[in-house]
Write a protein that binds this ligand. Structure first.
Ligand SMILES: O=C[C@H](O)COP(=O)(O)O
Length: 332
């Protein structure tokens, strides 16, 4: 198969499912938070140029699509989720693409980055993924609105960890951002972080409900200071979910945090990412803005329920030169 352009740095193929050490966080630095800027028109102009760029060369696209698979938090977050659906999802996570296709691509053993489910489905997912090394992420803390009593949100984290979730996707209280109560956001995040114990924590900002990109930048910094291991755009349930301007804002906050503290924090765009070509745009943006180190599952994930299906179709086309109906699979 064609070599991935990141291979020179040893970043491909992906074999590690190890997590980085947890983000230790730092005291809330209000001066830093208040100085956070987001030049909306400049960010929107830059975002508008991204889909047209050709930083992922055609020859390398299959390799990049395999890379994208390795970075997916394969997700089902529906009111009608069942054990059977979650077991099928986990089977897809273990074997995301047909074996003959993976063989043709020299990618045998490729899996998704994780599986992401509601708390009630964690035990089922953990059992279905046993021995695979694929972690289970739970959306806890009253997902998606995060408006249940705080002590229940904390208790839900504890139950998800006890059930075997290695990663917890928490949702922040949007009102703390909208009222500029950064101390309250920091305290909430820090308490959730502590409740996660050894599990890694992704902070869902629900950016579509935060009003401005400057708020997104500030909330990103506060959550990282309070110990978030990843910052994540959206629950997938807001009217506007992952976008390129929001992504630029958040990954620049991650870069800023890393530059000043040396701490690596991951990024997870989520919600509405369902096309292989969109995944490539995200990956090339991450490569440009943060570098190859962030193209690993311990620092980047797509939160996506239907992206894998389109990637499979594109890979099949790459290998066989045609699409077949057999690739149309439904998780439900
Ligand atoms: O966290 C993941 C998102 O809920 C997935 O959203 P999606 O169903 O639009 O891919």
């Amino acid at each position: 198969m064609p070599q991935d352009p990141t291979a020179a740095s040893g970043a491909f193929p992906v074999t590690t499912k190890e997590h980085l050490p947890r983000n230790p966080g730092m005291p809330l630095d209000m001066d830093w938070v208040m100085s956070a800027q987001a030049n909306t028109s400049a960010i929107e102009r830059r975002a508008a140029t991204l889909p047209g760029r050709r930083s992922v060369k055609k020859d390398y696209q299959a390799a990049w699509l395999c890379k994208a698979i390795s970075l997916i938090d394969l997700t089902t977050l529906s009111g009608d989720d069942s054990a059977g659906r979650v077991q099928r999802l986990c089977a897809k996570a273990r074997q995301p693409v047909a074996p003959d296709l993976l063989e043709a691509l020299d990618m045998t053993g490729l899996t998704t980055g994780a599986v992401c489910v509601y708390h009630d489905m964690v035990e089922t997912a953990v059992a279905a993924l046993a021995g695979s090394g694929i972690p289970v992420a739970a959306v806890s803390t009253g997902f998606p609105a995060g408006l249940s009593p705080f002590h229940l949100r904390i208790a839900e984290i504890g139950e998800s960890v006890a059930a075997g979730a290695a990663e917890i996707d928490i949702v922040i209280s949007r009102r703390h951002v909208l009222t500029g109560n950064w101390q309250a956001l920091y305290d909430e995040m820090a308490e959730m972080r502590a409740a996660c114990g050894d599990a890694h924590v992704k902070a869902i900002l629900a950016t579509g409900e935060l009003g401005t990109l400057r708020n997104v930048a500030k909330a990103s910094l506060v959550c990282m200071m309070a110990g978030a291991d990843f910052i994540k755009t959206s629950t997938g349930k807001e009217p506007v979910n992952a976008t390129l301007p929001v992504t630029l804002t958040m990954i620049r906050a991650i870069r800023d945090y890393h530059d000043r503290t040396g701490i690596y924090v991951g990024y997870k765009p989520a919600g509405g990412i369902s096309k292989a070509k969109d995944a490539l745009v995200y990956l090339s943006m991450i490569k440009d803005e943060l570098g190859d180190r962030w193209l690993q599952p311990d620092l980047f994930r797509f939160g996506a329920s239907s992206l894998l299906g389109d990637i499979e179709r594109q890979l099949e086309h790459h290998v066989t030169g045609s699409y077949s109906a057999s690739w149309r699979h439904a998780i439900g």
